[in-house]
Design a protein around this ligand. Structure first.
Ligand SMILES: NC(=O)c1ccc[n+]([C@@H]2O[C@H](COP(=O)([O-])OP(=O)(O)OC[C@H]3O[C@@H](n4cnc5c(N)ncnc54)[C@H](OP(=O)(O)O)[C@@H]3O)[C@@H](O)[C@H]2O)c1
Length: 368
């Protein structure tokens, strides 16, 4: 049977306990130290991925057990060595391709160095993540009665691999798109290069809070290790599609803003009766889009370096969407803050946003 590998890592303290329940009660400094000593290892055998075509594949999850901030803070050569070791474990297990999950795709050059040092194909999974994120954002827009062609959008993490492709797609769907991140030089360069290829008016900013206050559509795809989207910054009625892992929408949004719709952008229902043999926090039968890309390529027998490095080919986004549909991969139900987003929650957000719009129109009439 054809086999894939996928590199995973804990995203938070709670996640470490999923990987190693015996860590409960140990403080963060000790846990970090222990993780620093731990090499990559096989976590689980994934079974039951069955395409609509009837074909079945299997896979392995391999942990590169570092927290996001450790991927960013430890010496680069050490971190890259651990990721390359993880990819080589996949090769030793007989996998034809290995997907780079979470920060294993963010650090360094986003894949090429791993591919050069591993005998099997490598993909970040970012191409299908972009497709899933856009589908998810537009599904949310429909639910919140947002007319995309008239809407203002913000992409937070716009200079990244996922963010820049999403910004370009949104640039031909929405009226205005603001590119947001921390580095002004990279933002200005991207806006200049992208503007001739999109119909929307493009702007850029490092003031993320201010950009969010005017946005109907928000897509977040940052490599931040703490919240960047705060409840006080969101426009009433906005849809926030969150791709980043760890999440960068503050958990306060869940309790303080019932007039906006937050949805995780990359959750995919896997065809067949998949058993991951590992709980990574999503409902049964649900994977991340980057994992799903690795599975789709395995079903297709496409053991090639598919998504690598920072630039993503938009033609491939259409291709992977087609292949996903062929094999029966589709967007999972909406989820945010580790919980299902129910139809009642969506209806409430829509009603609250309508009421806020009516109140602001009334205030406008009263003051004119
Ligand atoms: N859900 C899924 O299936 C899935 C799949 C793949 C990846 N992901 C996640 O998607 C995210 C983006 O991945 P990527 O490969 O596109 O990363 P990337 O290429 O490294 O881009 C990261 C972007 O975030 C910005 N950024 C970093 N820190 C920031 C901060 N503190 N505040 C604001 N912006 C910040 C960066 O620009 P500046 O440095 O200039 O700020 C850059 O624009 C990651 O969290 C990754 O784990 C999710």
């Amino acid at each position: 049977m054809r086999t894939f590998g996928f590199l995973i890592h804990p995203l938070s303290y709670d996640d470490v306990l999923r990987y190693e329940p015996k860590a409960a009660g140990k403080g963060m400094p000790l846990i970090k130290k222990i993780l620093e000593w731990m090499p990559a290892y096989k976590v689980s055998h994934v079974t039951g991925v069955r395409s609509l075509t009837g074909e079945e594949i299997e896979g392995y999850f391999i942990a590169v057990p570092l927290l996001p901030e450790q991927f960013l803070d430890l010496p680069r050569a050490d971190v890259m060595g651990r990721i390359i070791r993880g990819a080589n474990i996949a090769a030793e297990l007989g996998c034809g391709i290995v997907g780079l999950g979470g920060f294993t795709a963010v650090v360094g050059d986003g894949g090429p160095t791993v591919a050069e040092n591993c005998p099997i194909a490598v993909t970040t999974g970012n191409t299908y993540t972009i497709a899933a994120a856009m589908q998810s954002l537009f599904r949310g827009a429909t639910e919140m009665e947002i007319e995309v062609p008239q809407a203002s959008a913000v992409v937070v993490g716009a200079t990244g691999s996922i963010g820049s492709a999403c910004a370009q797609i949104l640039g031909n769907r929405a009226a205005r798109v603001t590119l947001a991140a921390r580095n002004a030089t990279r933002l200005a360069k991207l806006a200049h290069a992208m503007q001739p290829h999109v119909s929307a008016k493009l702007e850029w900013t490092t003031d993320i809070g201010n950009a969010l206050r005017h946005a109907d559509l928000v897509l977040t795809a940052t490599a931040a290790t703490s919240s960047v989207v705060e409840p006080e910054d969101l426009k009433s009625g906005a849809v926030v599609c969150e791709v980043s892992l760890p999440h960068d929408v503050s958990r306060r949004v869940a309790t303080e803003r019932d007039d906006v719709l937050v949805t995780e952008g990359g959750n995919i229902r896997v065809p067949g009766s998949v058993n991951f043999n590992f709980d990574f926090g999503l409902p049964p039968g649900t994977s991340l889009a980057c994992m799903a890309e690795t599975m789709i390529l395995t079903l297709e027998n496409r053991f090639v370096n598919y998504s690598l490095g920072r630039g993503v080919n938009l033609d491939k986004v259409l291709e992977i969407e087609r292949l996903a549909a062929k094999h029966g991969f589709e967007l999972a139900g909406m989820q945010a803050f580790d919980k299902e987003v129910t139809p009642q929650m969506i209806a409430r957000a829509r009603e609250r946003a309508r009421a806020a719009r009516a109140a602001s129109r009334a205030a406008g009439v009263a003051s004119s």
